[in-house]
Design a protein around this ligand. Structure first.
Ligand code: NAI
Ligand code: MG
Length: 475
C-alpha cells in the first residue's frame, strides 16, 4: 500500500466576497428584506459568504426587469443572441478553474469532478445552444417559433452551475429572459455567473439571479407575470409546483427524483461493469437524480461482482474535496446527511446487510462512507426511495424478463443502465425499460445534444438537445 501526498488545488484563484446582493436588471441590488443567511463549505463548516433570501417584492422586481428586457431580446436576430451565448461560453472556459474551485468550496464535490465534468459540460451547454439560436426555424418546431416570455427557474444544489446552464442556455437561445433561483446551500457559482453576464455585456435584465430558499422559489413560480416554470429538485416540491401552477397557463418542465436500476448480465465485462457501478452511484457522493442506486445483478455472477466491487470501494479516497486525488467529497448539508443516515439505518432495521470499506471520516464537515446494502428486497425503503447519497442497494435476478420487471417496479423513471456483451439484448432491454435515458455499458454520461428527462414521478419535459428547445418555445 502506498500513500498519496496531498495535492490540494489552490483556493487563491477565487475571490469570495463576504456578502452578496441580488442580481436584478444587470445591477447588484439590496434585498428589500433583512433575511440574510450564510453559505458554508460542507467539508469544513467554514462560512464562505452571506447572501440575501429574496422577498416577494425582490422577486417581483426581478420579474419586471426580465419582462422589460424580453421585448428587445426576443426581437434581436438569433445570430446576434448567439454571439452573447458564445461569449458567455468562452468566458466560462477562460474562468473554469475559478468556477470549479468555487463550486467545490460551496458544494463539497471533489475538484476532480467539478474541473473535469461539471465545468466542461457547463461550457458545452452554452456552446451547443448558442449554435441553435439562429437555426430555430429548422428545429422541427415550425417555421417561425416564438419564445414564451419570462422564465422562472429553480434549481437544486447537486450540480449548481450545470443546472444553471441546462436552464439558462436554451431559454436565452430561444429568446426568453430569465429569473433564476439557485439552491440555498449553493448560491455562489450562480452569483459569479451573474458577474460573467456583465463581463459578456449581456443586455441588463436578460438574466436575473435571486438567492433564497423555498419561499423565494415559491414566489418566483407563482408570480403572475412568469410564462414558463422550470424546476429541478425533489418530487415533493415538484408536485407542489405542478399543483400551484395548474390552470395558470404557465408552461412547466419538472425534473425530479430517480431510483435507477443499473443492470449487470452474466456476459458483461465485469471489471468494466464495476467501474460503471462505482461511477453510477459514488459520482458526486450519489447526489445525482439519475444515479444508479439499485444494482440488479444476474445471480450467477453476483458473488464475483460483489467481491470485485468491494475491493474497488476499498481504494476510493474520501476527504478534502479540493485535493486532486479525492474521489468522494462531502455531503452537501447537515440536512442531507441526516436523511442519508436515516434511510441507511432503516435499511438495516428492515433486514438488509450493510457494508462499507474501512474509511476514516474527517472530524469536521458532513461525511458519509461509500455503502453497499445486500440482501435487499423490492419492498425495502432503500430499494424504493431516493437516498441521494453514496448508498447502493443490491438486488439479484435470473432472467432478462425478471430484470425488466424489477427495474420498472418503481414510481420513478429517469435513467437505467444495461451491462451486457450482446447488442441485441441492449436493444431488447432499452425497449422495455421505462426510463428517460438508458445507458449501455456506461453510466452517468451527459452530452448537451442528448435529451434528458423522466417518466412517471421523475417529472415531465425534456432538457438538452433539440427536444430541450421545445420547453422554451411557444409550439
Ligand atoms: P428541494 O426540492 O426542496 O430543493 C430544490 C430547489 O427547490 C431549491 O432551490 C429549493 O430552494 C427550491 N424549493 C424548495 N421548496 C420550494 C417551493 N415550495 N417552491 C419553489 N421552490 C422550492 O430539495 P431538497 O430539500 O434540497 O432535497 C430533498 C431531497 O430531494 C433530496 O434528498 C433528494 O432526494 C431530492 N433532490 C433531488 C434532486 C434532483 O436533481 N432530482 C435535486 C435535489 C434534491
Ligand atoms: Mg427542501
Amino acid at each position: 500500500m502506498f500513500e498519496y501526498a496531498p495535492a490540494p488545488e489552490s483556493r487563491d484563484v477565487v475571490d469570495i466576497k463576504p456578502s452578496y446582493q441580488l442580481f436584478v436588471g444587470g445591477e447588484w441590488v439590496d434585498s428589500q428584506g433583512e433575511n440574510r443567511h450564510k453559505t458554508i463549505n460542507p467539508a469544513s463548516e467554514e462560512v464562505l459568504a452571506e447572501v440575501s433570501w429574496a422577498t416577494e417584492e425582490d422577486v417581483d422586481r426581478a420579474v419586471r426587469a426580465a419582462r422589460k428586457a424580453f421585448g428587445p431580446w426576443s426581437a434581436m436576430p438569433g445570430s446576434e443572441r448567439a454571439k452573447y451565448l458564445f461569449r458567455i461560453a468562452r468566458i466560462i472556459q477562460e474562468r473554469s478553474r475559478e468556477l470549479a474551485v468555487l463550486e467545490t468550496l460551496d458544494n463539497g464535490k471533489p475538484i476532480r469532478e467539478s474541473r473535469d465534468v461539471d465545468l466542461p459540460l457547463v461550457a458545452a451547454h452554452f456552446f451547443y445552444y448558442a449554435g441553435w439560436a439562429d437555426k430555430l426555424a429548422y428545429a422541427g418546431h415550425g417555421p417561425d417559433p416564438r419564445p414564451l416570455g419570462v422564465a422562472g427557474q429553480v434549481i437544486p444544489w447537486n450540480f449548481p452551475l450545470l443546472m444553471l446552464a441546462w436552464k439558462i442556455a436554451p431559454a436565452l437561445a430561444c429568446g426568453n429572459t430569465v429569473v433564476l433561483k439557485p439552491a440555498e446551500t449553493t448560491p455562489l457559482t450562480a452569483l459569479l455567473f451573474a458577474e460573467i453576464c456583465r463581463q459578456a455585456d449581456l443586455p441588463p435584465g436578460v438574466v436575473n439571479i435571486v438567492t433564497g430558499a423555498g419561499e423565494t422559489g415559491a414566489a418566483l413560480v407563482n408570480h403572475p407575470d412568469v410564462d414558463k416554470v422550470a424546476f429541478t429538485g425533489s418530487t415533493e416540491v415538484g408536485r407542489m409546483i405542478a399543483r400551484s401552477v395548474a390552470g395558470s397557463g404557465k408552461k412547466v418542465t419538472l425534473e425530479l427524483g430517480g431510483k435507477a436500476a443499473n443492470i449487470v448480465f452474466d456476459d458483461a465485462a465485469l471489471d468494466q461493469a464495476v467501474e460503471g457501478v462505482v461511477n453510477g452511484i459514488f459520482f458526486n457522493q450519489g447526489h445525482v437524480c439519475c444515479a444508479g442506486s439499485r444494482l440488479l445483478v444476474q445471480e450467477s455472477v453476483a458473488d464475483e461482482l460483489l467481491d470485485a466491487l468491494k475491493r474497488r470501494l476499498a481504494t476510493l479516497r474520501l476527504g478534502d474535496p479540493l485535493d486532486k486525488n479525492t474521489d468522494i467529497g462531502a455531503i452537501n448539508s447537515a440536512a442531507q446527511l441526516a436523511k442519508i443516515r436515516e434511510l441507511s439505518d432503516l435499511g438495516e432495521v428492515e433486514g438488509a446487510e450493510r457494508w462499507s470499506p474501512e474509511c476514516p471520516l474527517p472530524d469536521r464537515g458532513f461525511w458519509f462512507p461509500p455503502t453497499i446494502f445486500t440482501g435487499v428486497a423490492q419492498s425495502h425503503r432503500i430499494a424504493r426511495e431516493e437516498v441521494f447519497g453514496p448508498v447502493l442497494s443490491v438486488l439479484t435476478f435470473r432472467t432478462p424478463a425478471e430484470a425488466v420487471e424489477k427495474a420498472n417496479n418503481t414510481p420513478f423513471g429517469l435513467s437505467a443502465g444495461v451491462w451486457t456483451e450482446k447488442g441485441s439484448r441492449i436493444l431488447w432491454m432499452a425497449d422495455r425499460l421505462r426510463a428517460g435515458v438508458v445507458w449501455a455499458n456506461t453510466f452517468n454520461r451527459f452530452d448537451p445534444a442528448s435529451p434528458f428527462g423522466g417518466y412517471k414521478e421523475s417529472g415531465y419535459g425534456r432538457e438538452g438537445g433539440r427536444h430541450g428547445l421545445e420547453a422554451y418555445l411557444d409550439v
